[in-house]
Design a protein around this ligand. Sequence first.
Ligand code: 5GP
Ligand code: MN
Length: 339
Amino acid sequence: MQEKISKLKELLQNSQKIVITVHRGPDGDALGSALALQNILLQLNHEATVISPNNYASFLHWMKGNENVVIFTEENEKAIQITNDADLIFLLDFNNLSRIGEYTDTVKNASAKRIMIDHHQEPDMDAADIIISDTLSCSTSQLLFEVLEGLEYKHLINKDVAECIYTGIMTDTGSFKYSSTTDKTHHIIAELITKGADNSKIHDLIYDNYSEDRIKLLGYCINDKLLLYPHLKSAIISLNEQELEKFNFKKGDTEGVVNYALSVHGIIFAVFIAEKEGKVKMSFRSKGDFHVNNIAKKYFNGGGHTNAAGGISVYNIQDTIKKLEEIFIEYKNELLINN
Ligand code: 5GP
Ligand code: MN
């Protein structure tokens, strides 16, 4: 890793215009790491722009630098121009160019060198010139902290940067509870708090910030839409477009719903299905050794981590549920062995 970091330092010294991009529908880790890196690069007098392929949840909008993020789907020409002019493009929190959706071709066609910093499994080795990948890291934000340490830029981590990195680590570890959370994670978190990250404020802004519609939608999911398969340790929650509309769905409103299905006693595999923008989007969560990324990849054109993955179904919601019920039976032995 140190060798790659030295190469990166050299590249940075020879680059002025820098783009930082993240996966479609960026989460706290993607946006947190991107805004943290941008803040550091601006301090080093680079021209740094964060370009998100599309919009994201409003509970992330408080982060420093959010107001200057260029949304590809909303400011198309500007995003293309900045990307074409860039010397360097950072790819954060994804490892395959297909994950940036409509922004993919622009990045592929740009002449800039590409640097990937990511923690997902099986990085596409053709996606970037320098690949800093640690699949054991709980988050891209934690990995970025270590990269900044390697670059000897740790003194540039101010309160704003600390809060962005804190957010990324917190959201990708389920508030420090997933097994990816290690002693190293807690040491880094301690340093971020020393540098001024207001941990209690951040939890409040991210988690205790529901609109009335959002909390009622969650209630509806649990009361009316939770399908439990206790004999297969599995659960499904699904929402169609009409249901989302009824609760005035806004981006981010269904984030975390899948965790409620997983929090039921005995359930180790939970799936959330939502019909959004004409697509049937899937979220998978599991406990222990049950690898949901394999299922996401094999059946739903997706991927992710052992215990958290996503994908897209080619079926409608009813048929997706049927397909999942078949999958539960196919994986019955693994489901019953685990936990
Ligand atoms: P979420 O369920 O929160 O949308 O995503 C959970 C995890 O799966 C995240 O780490 C995310 O990066 C990954 N993921 C979500 N959707 C996709 C997808 O369509 N393709 C791949 N490869 N990974 C995904
Ligand atoms: Mn992540």
